[in-house]
Write a protein that binds this ligand. Structure first.
Ligand code: ADP
Length: 198
């Protein structure tokens, strides 16, 4: 599948999507198809918390309360990871970062001349993700919990999406339809940006 990354430059992507938008599935497919590294700050923080590292001890109470880890800590952990050779060679799809406009500005600053190819917004209406989350019935998917997490996303993440939109970096992807239909839309969007990249 992934036979093109030896002669094409590393692909650098960001993906946004509400809980229940299907971001996990689409990230896996992007990783398989483009050979990029999946970078999830949520996964990084959970790993640190579970390993009880110094960072983990700092972030555990913040995560438990549903708050955001400070920009300073979050930017530092991403900066370190982006400098590692696998990410530099293979590129990345960032998931869960940036989550604030300050993180977005820091990301562009750390990339320097390495441009972001696409910032994908996997767009699924609020009513639809609410219905999907209720249907999957996970333990933390109570009506109240669902509403709270979705409201938090609108409050915290939507301004960051707008930050990219204002800079003409945002590609909106219709997230309605089958998983395969959505994947085709995402690959088409990425491919057209890559084709236009010198
Ligand atoms: P969610 O469960 O909200 O989808 P994630 O799995 O992306 O979240 O992240 C889990 C937790 O890690 C968040 O609730 C937050 O405390 C922290 N976190 C992850 N990414 C960031 C970020 N970019 N900035 C601040 N905190 C973050």
């Amino acid at each position: 599948m992934n036979d093109n990354h030896t002669h094409s430059p590393a692909t650098r992507l960001v993906i946004f999507g509400r809980q229940g938008a299907g971001k996990g599935t689409q990230c896996n497919r992007i990783v398989e198809h483009y050979g990029v590294v999946h970078l999830s700050t949520g996964d990084m923080f959970r790993a640190a918390r579970d390993a009880e590292t110094e960072l983990g001890r700092q972030v555990a109470p913040i995560m438990a309360s549903g708050g955001l880890v400070s920009d300073e800590l979050t930017i530092a952990i991403v900066r370190e990871r982006l400098a590692e050779p696998d990410v530099r060679e293979r590129g990345f799809v960032l998931d869960g970062f940036p989550r604030t406009p300050a993180q977005a500005a820091a990301l562009l600053e750390m990339l320097g001349d390495d441009r972001l190819h696409a910032v994908l917004n996997l767009d699924v209406p609020l009513e639809e993700v609410t219905a999907r989350m209720k249907a999957r019935g996970r333990e933390d998917d109570t009506d109240d919990g669902i509403a709270k997490r979705l409201a938090l996303y609108d409050m915290q993440t939507v301004p960051t999406i707008e930050w990219f939109r204002e800079r003409d970096l945002l590609v909106n992807i219709d997230g309605l339809g089958t998983e395969d239909e959505v994947t085709v839309r995402i690959f088409d969007a990425i491919d057209s940006v890559l084709a236009a990249t010198p």
